[in-house]
Design a protein around this ligand. Structure first.
Ligand code: ADP
Ligand code: GLC
Length: 474
């Protein structure tokens, strides 16, 4: 087995704020059959250390970005982990990135520069007798790893995966020293970004390969509209940029064995799950489709568009159930929308409820303004819950639109809409109603959706091939 180090700020089941955690948690198992053994370096947040009580100290790092630190290693929740125990950086009450007040920790750049620094140390010197052939870094939090490696002249190759280019690891210029950056690289050819430092950009400049989480987002990233300022550097480096679709954990998301639900093997069995969720959410039974949303409530996810688009759908007997948390204004707007008898809203993060909604819903709505990959539409496919998605990024790559031709050919799995605005979504919801009213066509859509392969198999092979090529292994 060829050794590879993964560097991430989140990893399921230990800590999660979004899809990055799912991907980081799934990759190690997915890669095993492809000949790569992945160990994951993760910050020692309080919950992680709690789960890692049996892990052993492998190395000490005195004065790591303002305090003493050590790396613990061992199996934690079934994963082969390296945990960076640095209390001065990670022993905090809030989420991995935000304090109790919902504000970014002021020292976030240093907190994750430290993670990247330790990753570079491990890649160069190994740890506890283990040395990776290469490093796979995720997002801005790990993106200084390729930079530090390059500055040491280390031959260890690196890949950087962009899960969301909107998060860029920006820091003011006066942090150069505290981030252990060389002033020489404060230039457009280095990590300089509109007069500031961007750790993401450092990674984009210095990584040997760049990937993102869908082929379409890889192309979109090179445009000014979606590249969010990084499009120039991505165009320059386009020969090393590629898109590899995320998969989902087909064990965790399996309608035939899901402990949260009345299980089903074919879509016909969904009716029991629907009755249960309608009851649980306090909705009344209608003849219309139940459309669900499970999402962070942020501008990216386009849920303000949804609020404007649903009146006609509700009047027609459609129902909408939303599970989400995020921006306070959106939370309040959804709380108001829930006054309609055909709308149910749960503000908060609830894994179990997300499974019960996925099983009982008829459709899942994902109206994102941009979406690097998106996972909930993939869960929808697996549960015969028809995805209605914005035509962007990974959403466009994973859903086959029910055009007349696709329907006639028997390949359609959902609906895509464009432009991504209220009129576009309202039109898609109208089409959804019409399809739902034709039981044979609807059943075929569900069957097609449930047949689609949404696991990790194909993408793990793509990552393994990339690892082989970048590390010179075979
Ligand atoms: P992003 O990472 O941009 O938030 P993804 O679709 O890739 O988007 O991943 C989101 C993940 O978080 C999915 O696993 C989804 O089910 C989960 N999720 C989002 N909001 C909630 C919530 N309120 N309760 C439970 N799970 C949620
Ligand atoms: C990001 C993206 C999402 C993607 C996830 C995992 O959070 O917003 O589209 O699925 O990362 O790659």
């Amino acid at each position: 087995m060829k050794p590879v180090l993964s560097v991430t700020s989140e990893c399921v089941p230990l800590v999660k704020t979004g899809g990055l955690a799912d991907v980081a948690g799934a990759l190690p198992d997915a890669l095993k059959p492809c000949g790569w053994r992945m160990r994951t370096l993760l910050p020692g947040y309080p919950r992680v250390l709690e789960a890692a009580k049996r892990a052993k100290e492998l190395a000490g790092f005195p004065n790591l970005f303002g305090g003493d630190a050590r790396v613990l290693g061992g199996k934690v929740s079934g994963l082969d982990m390296l945990i960076l125990d640095a209390p001065h950086l990670y022993d905090r009450n809030g989420t991995p990135y935000l304090d109790d007040q919902g504000q970014d920790y002021a020292d976030n750049p240093e907190r994750f520069a430290a993670l990247s620094w330790v990753a570079a140390e491990i890649a160069e010197h190994g740890i506890g007798g283990w040395k990776p052939k290469m490093v796979h870094c995720h997002d801005w939090q790990a993106a200084l790893t390729p930079y530090y490696l390059a500055k040491r002249g280390s031959p260890a190759p690196s890949i950087l995966t962009i899960h969301n280019v909107a998060f860029q690891g920006i820091a003011a210029l006066d942090r150069l020293h505290s981030l252990r950056l060389d002033p020489v690289d404060f230039s457009p050819e280095g990590f300089e970004y509109w007069g500031q430092i961007s750790t993401l950009k450092a990674g984009l400049v210095f990584a040997d390969r760049i990937t993102t989480v869908s082929p379409r987002y890889a192309l979109e990233l090179m445009t000014p509209e979606f590249g969010m300022g990084m499009d120039g550097i991505l165009r320059q480096r386009q020969s090393v940029v590629s898109g590899i679709l995320n998969g989902i954990d087909e064990e965790v998301w399996n309608p035939a064995s899901d402990a949260e639900i009345a299980t089903f093997k074919t879509a016909r069995g969904k009716s029991r799950a629907k009755r249960q969720i309608v009851k649980e959410l306090g909705l009344t039974k209608t003849d219309g489709p139940l459309a669900i949303v499970i999402s962070r409530l942020t501008h990216q996810k386009g849920l303000d568009i949804l609020l404007d688009a649903i009146p006609a759908f509700l009047d027609g007997g459609g129902q909408v159930a939303v599970l989400g948390a995020g921006e306070k204004a959106l939370e309040a707007a959804f709380a108001r929308a829930a006054e309609h008898p055909n709308v149910a809203v749960r503000i908060g993060y609830d894994e179990g409820l997300s499974h019960r909604m996925m099983a009982g819903g008829d459709a899942i709505l994902v109206p994102s303004r941009f979406e690097p990959c998106g996972l909930t539409q993939l869960y929808g496919l697996r549960y015969g819950t028809i995805p209605v998605v914005a035509m962007t990024g990974g959403l466009a790559d994973t859903v086959i639109h029910a055009s007349p031709m696709a329907l006639r050919s028997g390949v359609a799995t959902g609906l895509q809409f464009s432009p991504v605005d209220a009129a576009g979504l309202a039109a898609a919801l109208k089409q959804l109603m019409a399809l739902y009213a034709e039981p044979d066509i609807w059943a075929e859509l569900q069957a097609n959706a449930m047949r689609q392969r949404v696991g990790w198999h194909a993408s793990a092979l793509e990552y393994a091939a990339l690892y082989d090529s970048v590390s010179g292994a075979s």
